[in-house]
Design a protein around this ligand. Structure first.
Ligand code: UPG
Ligand code: MN
Length: 743
């Protein structure tokens, strides 16, 4: 038998995907042919031709990047058994685990504590873990829920380990009654299961009741610090909810509550700021060499996830390989057929794993294990230690205790203080809102500031130093979170991403500089460019969507005419592109419906949320608005609560819904014009043809949720103010079209 020490802890596999590559090249060839055709026939046509050419140029460029992203699709297999044969349990490295929450209303504490409980119950020695919860809402409710959860954890964690429970977030476990309770289970199990279920029900009732009352408990004792404070104006609050004092490996990990200092007018840098405080406080208390971070809704779904992560981090030949391990985001109770196109299964399968084959996956902000050293600014070249980096205080701030701990971390020394409370004073100091003044936090070390998508920016700052990252997709998936449900929540999220990503592209962090002056690979630059330019894509999308309507109303054409052989280029493109995307969905095991929903959202999101991303960045650059991080609403369960209505598109008064509604009305107008023969006479036989009508009908189909929304009521209807605005824009468009002499 092979020596376990010689076997790799993880292996890499590449996917050939030849058929897809062939299709990609045919599509590219067709796109290029269309561009050449436009150039050659430019003189006979005018303005519409120019617009169409520019849009198609941008689509072609985007397609080239898509091919780049999917070129080396890789997958890894991890071998936790080999890890456990090689490394004794007490030699496993410690990990600090971070959970962020910001708003007890949008992120109900019951969800946060489920995430925390699932982390506390991880299959990993408990004395090697510490869980830090950052509460940017500074809510006594969150603290109270954590205290109650820690009491429940004393029963829950041993139960999970004893019976090897797979889903360790109690609300998920108990919602699955039938499957969990089926099979040959001992009486002892059944008894314990019932007790646990009762206990969990009590816990969740307490938490939910506390949320329901305005003053849930008297703010004395441990809660006194929460009296007379506001969410945005309070000192640092740090509470050790539970300390594993004896260092028992089968006990409960440490659990610490942190609400960093906030003062009005003091920038707090949203999640990035919270992550940096977590990094510092944990550095003082436990200083683990690895840090796992999850959003408050990201439950552990595979209790072995930490072993899988360690197979990636310890399994590399040396420390210069992988800076972080990213687990893909998957979602629990995802709505059937992904009506809002936000589960991103296919994007992950192809683009995500393809980018992983370049320099490694992007950092996605949750479900990721980082090396502390890398977060402290280390490059692959100086991995051997810093040899006393000069001016550590300039980098890390003025806390002597923290500088010492950072220095230890950079040198690979890990020594735990015996008691968490010993570092309390220093921990409060590093939680101050002024602590980072004149330091490198957010600039060179920690989570980076300057974008609403701090995750991608932080990942970029790591890749640019030459680090690789690695994707890990164990089965079952490591984490499951909740995907936003409904139109408004999806739009908020997409708008924030589009804005945040464009912010980076237009800043000094534009990835091209990192390719020229630092160590970002060129193909990785293209991959970053692909996400950073999401918002910008809204412009060609909108223009191209307006072209068929313009052509029909003015009785001109923007696509080749029937008598030309080039007529077949757009037809072939349309068919092949959709066959290509459909095949991706079918190969992933998803339905045609899921494909259609995603195609549809692929048209709707650019012309709504991404367009507002551009607006957001323009406002920010012109100094007219501040960067805000709008938190996405999280629901505990989605698919069962609302029955058939769950997948129906919902709307609110937000202006993001105006452009798609306008495009819909514009196309309905255009189709009506054609149907009732109201088009003006055509010049020189250049009339609009069937292709323009097909495009128009296709867009109406894509905007079907909006068509339904025109007639829907309540949240299922588009608000009348939005409809009025859109009708106004449609009238303007129509008037402009009819007054413009067709060129
Ligand atoms: O001021 C803030 C704002 C947010 N958060 C936390 O940040 C996390 C992500 O926020 P959410 O509203 O869930 O955003 P999503 O769009 O779902 O998150 C994705 O996109 C974000 C960047 O836009 C990343 O930070 C996330 O990790 C990634 O999952 C949550 O745990 C929040 O509690 C804070 O701690 N402080
Ligand atoms: Mn989220």
């Amino acid at each position: 038998m092979a020596n376990p020490n010689s076997l790799p802890l993880h292996e890499r596999f590449e996917h050939k995907n030849t058929l897809h590559k062939v299709m990609e090249f045919i599509i590219l060839f067709l796109l290029l042919s269309l561009l050449v055709y436009r150039l050659l026939s430019f003189n006979n046509n005018g303005f519409t031709w120019l617009i169409a050419f520019l849009c198609e140029l941008s689509f072609t460029f985007n397609w080239i990047i898509t091919i780049n992203n999917k070129w080396n699709i890789v997958e890894y297999k991890t071998y936790p058994d080999r890890l456990l044969q090689r490394v004794a349990e007490h030699e496993l490295p410690p990990v600090d685990m971070f959970v962020t929450t910001a708003d007890p209303e949008l992120e109900p504490p019951i969800i946060t504590i489920n995430t925390v409980l699932s982390l506390l119950a991880l299959d990993y020695p408990a004395d090697k873990l510490a869980c830090y919860v950052s509460d940017d809402g500074c809510s006594p409710l969150t603290f109270y829920s954590l205290v109650e959860a820690s009491k429940f954890a004393k029963l829950w964690v041993p139960f999970c380990k004893k019976y090897d429970v797979q889903v360790r977030a109690p609300f998920r476990y108990f919602s699955n009654n039938n499957t969990m309770f089926s099979g040959n289970k001992s009486n002892e199990f059944k008894r314990e299961w019932k007790t646990l279920k009762d206990e969990y029900e009590q816990l969740s009732r307490k938490v939910v009741d506390a949320v329901g009352t305005s003053i849930p408990f008297d703010l004395s004792g441990d809660f006194a610090v929460f009296s007379d404070i506001e969410g945005n104006n309070h000192p640092t609050i740090i509470k050790v909810v539970w300390e594993n004092k004896v260092g028992a490996s089968n006990g409960l990990p440490h659990l610490v509550y942190i609400s960093r200092e906030k003062r009005p007018k003091h920038p707090h840098h949203s999640k990035a700021g919270a992550m940096n405080v977590l990094t510092r406080v944990s550095g003082l208390m436990t200083n683990a060499p690895f840090m796992l971070n999850v959003d408050c809704d990201m439950l552990v779904n595979n209790p072995n996830m930490m072993f899988h992560a360690m197979c990636m981090l310890l399994g590399s030949k040396n420390e210069t390989e992988n800076a972080f391990v990213q687990f893909p985001q998957t979602f629990y109770d995802g709505l059937k057929d992904d009506p809002f196109g936000n589960q991103m299964t296919v994007v992950w399968k192809y683009a995500g794993r393809g980018i992983s084959g370049i320099q490694g996956p992007f950092y996605l902000g949750t479900g990721c294990v980082h090396r502390r050293k890398v977060i402290y600014g280390l490059s692959p070249n100086d991995v051997k230690g810093t040899n006393g980096k000069p001016e550590l205080h300039k980098t890390f701030g003025n806390s002597q205790e923290f500088i010492k701990s950072a220095d230890d971390a950079l040198r690979g020394k890990t020594k735990y203080p015996d008691m968490l409370s010993k570092s309390m004073e220093a921990a409060h100091q590093v939680g101050d809102c002024g602590y980072e003044y004149d330091t490198n936090w957010g600039k060179k070390v920690g989570w980076m500031y300057g974008s609403r998508t701090e995750d991608i920016l932080t990942g970029l700052s790591i890749h640019k130093r030459g680090w690789r990252s690695i994707i890990c997709s164990p089965d079952p998936p490591a984490f499951q979170g909740c995907a936003p449900t409904g139109g408004p929540a999806s739009m908020t999220q997409q708008k924030r991403w589009a804005t945040g990503l464009l912010e980076i592209l237009l800043s000094k962090n534009c990835p091209i500089f990192h390719t020229i002056f630092a160590n970002l690979k060129f193909r990785m630059f293209l991959a970053y460019f692909w996400v950073f330019s999401w918002a910008l894509r809204s412009v060609p999308e909108l223009c191209y969507a307006a072209l068929p309507a313009y052509s029909i109303i003015t009785n001109t054409h923007f696509l080749p005419k029937g008598q030309e052989p080039t007529y077949y280029i757009p037809i072939a493109l349309f068919v092949l592109y959709h066959v290509y995307t459909l095949s991706e969905y079918l190969q992933t095991g998803l339905s045609i419906r899921a494909w259609w929903n995603n195609q549809r959202m692929g048209r709707i999101i650019p012309m709504s949320a991404w367009l507002f991303g551009v607006v957001g960045v323009i406002l920010k650059l012109s100094g007219r608005s501040e960067t805000v991080f709008e938190v996405t609403r999280k629901d505990q369960s989605t698919s069962t609560d609302e029955g058939t209505e769950a997948g129906t598109f919902t709307f609110d008064k937000s202006p993001v819904f105006v452009p798609p509604t306008t495009i819909l009305l514009v196309h309905l107008t255009a189709l009506a014009t054609a149907l009732f023969g109201l088009q003006p006479p055509a010049h020189d036989g250049l009339r609009s043809g069937p292709l323009e009508v097909v495009c128009s009908v296709w867009l109406v189909l894509c905007l079907w949720p909006f068509l339904k929304g025109l007639f829907g009521a309540g949240k299922y209807g588009i608000p009348s103010s939005t409809i009025f605005k859109s009708a106004g824009f449609t009238l303007l468009f129509y008037t402009l079209c009819t007054n413009m002499c067709p060129l």
